[in-house]
Structure formats: C-alpha cells, structure tokens
Write a protein that binds this ligand. Sequence first.
Ligand code: SF4
Length: 316
Amino acid sequence: MENLIVEIVNGKHVTKEEALKLFYLELEDLFLASTKIRKKYKGNKVKVCSIINAKSGQCSEDCKFCAQSSFNKANVKVYPLVNIKKIKEISTKALENVGCFGIVSSGNFLNNAEIEKLCEMFKNHKKVSHLGVSIGKISDDTFIKLKKAGIKKMHHNLETSETFFPHICSTHSYSERKDTIRRAKFFGFKICSGGLFGIGENLKDRIDLAFTLKELGVDSVPMNFLMPIKGTALEHLPTMHPIEILKTVAIFRIILQTPDIMICGGREVNLRDLQSWIFQAGANGMMTGGYLTTSGRNIKIDKQMVRDLGLELETE
Ligand code: SF4
C-alpha cells in the first residue's frame, strides 16, 4: 500500500498536490482510506433523497450539459411551476420513503409570486424540515421568507472548478454561485452543493472543486455524472468509466472528510453493476427514483441494495 494512503488512514488531511496523486493509485487502496473516513463520520447510516422538477425547461441560462437550457435543442418537457397542492402531495408521499425531498426549478430564479406560493405551502407542510429547495439565485429578502416558512436546506451546485466553469456556462459567473452559497450560510441554511463530472473537466478541476466546497463548509455534496443528452452541447461526450467515477468519489471523501456525499444523476447509467461500490468509495447517500429530465431506478431496489450491504437506511 502507498505511504500516502497509510498516512490518510492514520488521519492525515491531504493537500491539493497530494490529492491529485491519488487518482493514480489502485481503487482498492483508495477504498481503504475512503471507507475508514466514511465510517468515522457517518457510521453505517445511508441517506436517501428524491426530487421533483417543479418547473421545467426554457431556462435563460446556457449550461452546456443541461437539457432545460433554451440554448440547447434537447427534447424536454416544458411547464411552469407545478400546482402547489400537487407539490405538497408528492413531497409528503415521497417523505414516507426518503429522508429528504428537494423542490427544484429551472431558470436562474423564481419570481415573487412563485416564491410566495411556495412559502405559503411550506408553512403548512408537516415535514417542512425535510424539504430543500434548489431555485437558482436568491435575494436576501427571499432567504428571509424561506427561513420564516420553515425551510432549512438550500441546494446550489458549483458544478465544477472556477477555472473550468466559463467553458460550460457563460450567462452567469462562478462568483455569483459562491455568493449565493455564502449568503445562504449567513441566513443559517444547511448547504447542499456539489458538481457534475465528465463534462470535459480535468483531474485538477475536480480537486479544485472539492477544495472550494471544503472551504465553503458545505453540509452535503451531491455528485452527478454526465449522461450526455441528445440536443445538448455535450451530447458527443463519452460517459465516464465506472472506476474513474469511484476514484473521484473516494478522493472527494478523502478531501472533504465530514459532509454527506450523495451520489445523484448518472449513477445507474454510468456505474451499472458497480453501483453498490459507492459506499466503499465513501458516499453515505444517494438520490433515488429519477432525476430532473431522466429516469432513475426504483426506490425499492435502491433500498434493498443498502440493506444487502448491511448498511442502515436513515429513513427506517
Ligand atoms: S443547469 Fe439550471 S441554470 Fe443551468 S440551464 Fe439548466 S436549469 Fe438553467
């Protein structure tokens, strides 16, 4: 076993330069460190979350990977904010099976009327403390309204490194994204922020993203892996190899140490039979039941996988 792994297993925190070297080690060696760190901070517990695409398509932003961007030509459903009663019903039902439910909307922000409707519903939602929102850029005023309505968790991905971000989006900046996260923290929200991999970034970009998330002190890190969608600017990219995905997850656990690491979009398509290895790689959670514009695996199969591994579902 490499000396660096021995040191990590014994509690060492890696520098950026050391983290880069980890990509060249064997997966089994990385697993020794990533499993130990996961167990240290998360024990045997696994979190499961699900989402609703509450407003779909026609987004003004030009994220190259996204089927919902109006700059792309993907065949995607377009609809305004889903009926609020329906969002309440779907989230209540989903929370019988998962620990956290995210309400996600396309676009860079929601207008005042949409925010008001959502907040009214949150105030009357029995499980509001298990809800999270992912609604783009948020004003201080909206943060205060959401807080008063009982929302505790905010999702806002950084997607990739600051250096690579302009290659995948030009209509808003990385600093705007970091600013939203910093202000959400200031207002006392738990932060769920991660990225998308396999979009043309290099290994250094991945390490930089992990260190930025660590510096921002995020609570939960969703990791997504590109499923190239026809009609998007990244439709021609190959999918990532499962071993490369697992190494990336392990290195994120080694760098980040304490936050939840949730495996989300692209799990089924990219990892195939190796899906259950995410926990050895250091993940302690996953999204289940489908993503924004693509379908996922049945929640029962996902939960069975967790039980078969001798791990414990936090919802049970
Ligand atoms: S990722 Fe979000 S902001 Fe970017 S195009 Fe898609 S919906 Fe819009």
